[in-house]
Write a protein that binds this ligand. Structure first.
Ligand code: DOR
Ligand code: ZN
Length: 343
């Protein structure tokens, strides 16, 4: 192999990564989360499961503005809205006019702030039709909350099949795919169906979460699964699968919400995801696949211009702080062998 990453290197650069699944929250902490995001990413698809949710044209416009302002323009927000039962075509058109590029389907009760989500696609039929007509992307949290925790993705596949069949032009992103079963489904689906993969589902398994001690900071939805599932994801991204691109699902919760009798689901991965992925891809002999995964294929699926600017990755040990922005970040206290900076 003579590709440009085959020789051990201490420094290289890639086009600035995009994050196609980010929780930046609302309120006083949002600015810190957005600025942290901007250290690694140029654009972030901002998830709408805030309190209150982003579910109208004015809310989309205000949230975009707030993120832009909070990050001093260093992070370009890509806007979404939350599909709610009975949402009208007019609301979808207003969200699109305000700049939304995607709508998010949360099955009711599937994850953080989703009790107002959908029990069935039929509850948002008009909105889904309007999204298809407007060329918006449907992002799906593909878990059936009624199924056992480790089987929730597989149990949701029939719902995906129905939506794919009912809306033949709708582009769909299956978010944070975590199981070999759902991965196989996504890869076999029509080209208008793609999937995001997180860093944490590439790095961890259920044993990391509960095998030795209960580790609430690795708790997220969907829960990390078996080594077989993780390895199926690794193989697919290492070989540069066209349908797969990065979405961090970075989901900060204050330490107090994670370290209690009922830990909130979500991993604050944005501070460490890119550095950790560089190490992972390198150990898999796949550094050449990193840029396509982080910086190219997501924008291409969404029909966005290529990322501008570069991210430089440099070899060098550093220890992840125990707390950032009031949150315990992914891999806190661990040593990483790459660091990154935007240029
Ligand atoms: O772990 C998760 N946390 N998964 C999600 O789908 C939502 C997220 C959050 O908003 O905290
Ligand atoms: Zn999420």
């Amino acid at each position: 192999m003579t590709d440009r990453f085959s020789i051990a290197r201490d420094r290289f650069s890639i086009a600035t990564p995009d994050d196609f699944h980010a929780h930046l929250r609302r309120g006083s902490a949002m600015g810190a989360y957005a600025r942290r995001h901007a250290l690694s990413f140029g654009r972030a698809l901002a998830m709408p499961n805030t309190v209150p949710p982003i579910a109208s044209g004015p809310a989309v416009a205000a949230y975009r503005e707030a993120i832009l302002e909070a990050a001093g323009g260093a992070l370009a927000p890509l806007a979404t809205f939350k599909l709610l039962p009975g949402m009208s075509e007019g609301t979808v058109r207003a969200c699109a006019a305000a700049g939304a590029i995607a709508g998010k389907y949360y099955p009711a009760g599937s994850t953080t702030n989703s009790s107002d989500g959908l029990r069935d696609p039929a509850e948002a039929e008009a909105a889904l039709g309007a999204m298809e007509a407007a060329g918006l992307v449907l992002c799906v949290h593909a878990e059936d909350p009624a199924a056992p925790a480790l089987e929730r993705e597989e149990a949701f596949i029939p719902v995906l099949e129905r939506m794919i069949a009912a809306h033949p032009r709708l582009r769909i992103v299956i978010e944070h795919v975590s199981s070999a079963a759902l991965l196989g489904f996504a890869l076999a689906a029509p080209p208008r169906v793609a999937a995001t993969v997180t860093a944490h589902h590439l790095l961890f398994t259920l044993d990391d979460l509960i095998g030795e001690a209960m580790s609430p900071h690795l708790y997220c939805k969907p829960v990390p699964k078996s080594a077989r599932d993780r390895d199926a994801l690794r193989d697919a991204v290492f070989r540069g699968e066209r349908k797969l691109f990065f979405g961090s699902d970075s989901a900060p919760h204050p330490r107090s919400a994670k370290e209690g009798a009922r830990a909130a689901a979500g991993i604050y991965s944005s501070p460490t995801a890119v550095a950790a992925l560089a190490g992972l891809f390198e150990s898999g002999g796949a550094l050449a696949a990193l840029e396509g995964f982080l910086s190219i294929r997501g924008a291409s699926f969404y029909g966005l211009p290529p990322a501008s600017g570069r991210l430089e990755l440099a070899r060098g040990e550093w220890v992840v702080p125990e707390e950032l922005d009031g949150v315990v970040p992914m891999l806190a206290g661990k040593s990483l062998s790459w660091s990154c900076s935007r240029t």
